[in-house]
Design a binder for this molecule. Sequence first.
Ligand SMILES: Nc1nc2c(ncn2[C@@H]2O[C@H](COP(=O)(O)OP(=O)(O)OP(=O)(O)O)[C@@H](O)[C@H]2O)c(=O)[nH]1
Ligand SMILES: [Mg+2]
Length: 380
Amino acid sequence: MTPVFAVVGHPNKGKSSIVSTIAQNDNIAISPRSGTTRETQSYDISIGAARYTLVDTPGFQRPSRALAWLQEHAPSAERRRDAVRQFIDDPQCRQQFPEEVMLLKPIMEGAAILYVVDGSRPYGAEYEAEMEILRWTGQASMALINPIENEDHVQDWQQALGQYFKIVRVFNAMQADFEKVVAILEAFSHIREEWQTALADIVGAYRGQRASQLRESASLLAELLTRLCTHQVSQKVLSRSQADGLKPILEKKYFDDMRRLEHRHHESLKRIYQYHHLESTIDELPLEGNLFDTEKWIVWGLNPTSSPWPPPSPARQRERRWTLHWLAAASCWAPWVAACSVLAAPGSAPTAYPVSGCRDYRLAAMKPMRVRSRTVTSLM
Ligand SMILES: Nc1nc2c(ncn2[C@@H]2O[C@H](COP(=O)(O)OP(=O)(O)OP(=O)(O)O)[C@@H](O)[C@H]2O)c(=O)[nH]1
Ligand SMILES: [Mg+2]
């Protein structure tokens, strides 16, 4: 039996954002405009053999009037579910309360309820009509407090929601990392006992998927670092003056190549984490001037290393080349930094080295960068 969850609540409280985060689907329409979701939309999520469904719904528009209608049609408690069914089927109700009918339909068809509120806005009596209607459906339910701007009213909400829902959780749709998503899925399993096994499979499948995403991104980053570290542009020249003339051209090509590589790998990284529409940029760090300047190295916490990579030959050591390698692994909110290999004779880099009678002009330089992509980094 596939677990189905209908995400419901007031308009503009982050219902679609929650669906998008949990389903890892960035195709879902989210906007600051109230009433963005106009139709109920089901998202079947399958990870390996595990599957479940999240249903995104339009927000309640006229909950008090809808509740009044229901109260008129249910003289006693045992008739309440029937009244909700009647409400959904009634052509007049469909016209007068299209949003309420749409959001109640999947619930009456068996979906568990995930009721979403905004923990940065005060609790108000107008929400009681919504919660009361949901209670009338008799379906298993859970409340999620999404603190959109801050957590100022989370406590009040916890108290109020606790009277209507057995399970209440705080879940920030925009900041939830992988472990928080998993914790919410685990909480789902307490809503309905018969879904516990299915949800345990889903959590296991998520963890497996996560591990393979991490493996894939690690090998992608390793490949990027290797390519950045070993990238060279070269051009044979006949004289030192020709080399000097070529220097800016090769320098530009070198950095253009680097940027292309970084961009391509950044896009691949987003694809691994299933971001198809994520807008992200690679910001260049504001480093002015010559990166071969040893004072800059100190600012960056770098040192000419005594164990250079690749290990220099004694001849190279004599040439006073310095090799610097520096790697900062990707981690949450830390700058994601490309490794760099600097081959330089202090004070005269980049430099030209004699190669078989000609001069092979080589540039090897540092190209630090960082990825500013909140969601990508929070997932990593
Ligand atoms: N900062 C922040 N913004 C959020 C969060 N959740 C939602 N939002 C923003 O709140 C606005 C509404 O989010 P939606 O997910 O579209 O809300 P909804 O409840 O589906 O709205 P309707 O479909 O109109 O009923 C969007 O601008 C979201 O970016 C959150 O956890 N933090
Ligand atoms: Mg929506």
